[in-house]
Design a protein around this ligand. Structure first.
Ligand code: ZN
Length: 150
């Protein structure tokens, strides 16, 4: 596949999740919630989650944001649902590496989140891409203060 084809495919994944976000709403009952805000772009992502033991049994998000932040939140909820907290932390680390390091390889276990790798060429967009992840991270940690990307 040429890099132009790949870019087009990635664009389609992002638009699809932006227009039809998965796991949108609130988990009920939730065991943890957190609010995220990215003042640079105006993105809001509120995450609610139900943990059963150390498993993310259910997760949903609400909020209004740009295509990147919404697609990232939607893809993240699909990826982490049913996974353990340790697995989430590992995936978060991988994702952060992919969107911040221009030379980073794309790990298979990130699935369609690879579509967001292009933000590494647009540093101002990195906070859009990682907002939902930081917010879920805070929810899992039991951090009640709203998450704000600096
Ligand atoms: Zn944004």
């Amino acid at each position: 596949m040429s890099s132009d084809d790949l870019r087009e495919l990635y664009q389609e994944v992002i638009l699809d999740h932006y227009k039809r976000p998965r796991n949108r709403g609130k988990v009920s009952p939730a065991t943890a919630v957190s609010e995220g805000y990215n003042p640079l772009c105006g993105d809001r992502v509120d995450v609610s989650v139900r943990l059963e033991g150390d498993i993310v049994a259910d997760i949903a998000f609400e909020g209004v944001g740009c295509a990147i932040s919404t697609a990232s939140a939607s893809l993240m909820t699909e990826l982490v649902k049913g996974k353990s907290i340790d697995e989430f932390h590992r995936l978060f680390q991988e994702f952060r590496t992919v969107v911040t390091q221009p030379e980073a390889a794309l790990p298979d276990d990130l699935g369609d989140l690879a579509a967001l790798a292009g933000v590494r060429e647009h540093p101002v967009r990195i906070k859009c891409a990682t907002l939902a992840w930081h917010t879920l991270n805070a929810a899992i940690a039991g951090d009640k203060a709203p998450v704000q990307t600096e």
